[in-house]
Design a protein. Structure first.
Length: 168
């Protein structure tokens, strides 16, 4: 058995209680997300949760009302001194994972800052714990989202992926 050390940079999904609904994973240049739209006790179809915004891929878990605001801020350059007020102090409502399409570096959006992820893989959303377990066992990003969907009621539907390795 091989043990892999994963460094976790705070703030991380474990450090704060977040009401996010979905599962998003990143590993080896592949960003994956489920497509289920869920609101507490009911579902409302499926939607792609990964968007191309300039040099970044953006995936949001949680309150969808922040998606367009976050995407516009990213397209405009992610300037920390120009973060829209609606995105500040709302980290209990949503989590976002951004991936630089050139370098492949993943970042978690946290209250107006892009926090780099130094681990070999990461996950956000309601299925984080399940997905991280699958990733630690060697699953791909897509397989980790699928594994989370088996036990997280807010993760489901087809999994969409964006593979940076295919765009180079």
């Amino acid at each position: 058995m091989t043990l892999t050390t994963v460094s976790i940079i705070s703030p991380h999904p474990f450090t704060r209680r977040r009401r996010t609904i979905t599962t998003i994973c990143y590993r080896d240049g592949v960003l994956a997300a489920d497509t289920l739209i869920a609101y507490n006790t009911y579902t409302n179809g499926h939607r792609d949760k990964i968007a191309e915004c300039g040099n970044y891929l953006v995936a949001l878990a949680g309150a969808v009302c922040y998606r367009r605001i976050l995407e516009k801020w990213v397209k405009d350059g992610c300037h920390s001194d120009e973060v829209p007020a609606d995105l500040l102090n709302n980290t209990s409502e949503f989590s976002a994972l951004l991936v630089d399409r050139v370098s492949g570096r993943a970042y978690e959006f946290d209250d107006g800052h892009l926090v780099p992820i130094y681990a070999d893989y990461t996950a956000i959303g309601s299925g984080t714990m399940l997905a991280l377990g699958a990733l630690a066992a060697g699953a791909t990003a897509e397989e980790a989202v699928e594994a989370a969907s088996l036990h997280d009621k807010n993760t489901g539907g087809p999994v969409t992926t964006y593979d940076l390795n295919l765009t180079k």
